[in-house]
Design a protein around this ligand. Structure first.
Ligand SMILES: [Zn+2]
Length: 210
């Protein structure tokens, strides 16, 4: 087994922490992040890196497939994080950040055959049932158009599904009505480093130009 990566920790203490001591002194007193990000646990997706953010800026909740469970499902880490971000921290921006080659979205299409070695994924399978509507919509969209990129469509549908689910949270609807929060859907392309944002007016994802 590889050793746990402590060289990076040493570098953090010797360089980043030392150079930013004032920031860490302030952060020791509390946090006031401007954006909540709900993204996938995938190791290739680092919102802090993608946005060049400093500690204290982003309130991040990660799970397999950047899924927002329905409001009625009261027990859950993601629901608690959303509630704390919106009601306690009063965060003005909430981003659902999905990504290319998402293993969770691909797993939605995985069918075990009889000979396949049994890998314990029962919790993953159960969790991902929440994303089935994203898969079903993608299948319909690709039905008569096999040229379409089903994986990407599923990933983008899954982002929109999470945004729709946020609309089952009464305090989110209230915050939207009072213009205290904005909901964003972003898709990150790992191979190009590009971010695409969902445009509510045209109902399409468009590359963010900076
Ligand atoms: Zn993923």
């Amino acid at each position: 087994m590889n050793k746990i990566h402590l060289d990076g920790y040493q570098k953090f203490k010797d360089v980043y922490f030392k150079d930013n001591k004032k920031l860490f002194d302030e952060l020791a007193e509390g946090q006031s992040p401007h954006t909540m990000i709900i993204t996938c646990s995938d190791s290739r997706v680092s919102p802090t890196k993608i946005l060049s953010a400093t500690p204290g800026e982003l309130f991040v909740a990660q799970n397999i497939g950047n899924i927002v469970p329905p409001y009625e499902q009261t027990k859950g880490a993601t629901q608690s994080a959303i509630e704390y971000a919106v009601n306690a921290l009063k965060i003005p921006h909430l981003v659902i950040l999905g990504h290319s080659s998402c293993g969770a979205c691909a797993h939605l299409y995985h069918e075990k055959d009889e000979n396949e070695k049994s890998v314990e994924l029962s919790h993953v399978d159960e969790w991902l049932t929440l994303a089935y509507p994203a898969k079903h919509n993608a299948m319909l969209e690709c039905l008569n158009n096999p040229e379409k990129n089903r994986a990407e469509i599923t990933e983008k549908n899954n982002i929109l599904l999470s945004i729709e689910r946020l609309m089952t949270y009464p305090y989110i609807v209230k915050a939207l009505e009072e213009k205290r929060i904005e909901l964003h859907g972003w898709w990150y392309d790992i191979g190009t480093g590009n971010l695409e944002a969902y445009d509510y007016a045209t109902k399409t994802f468009k590359k963010i130009e900076v």
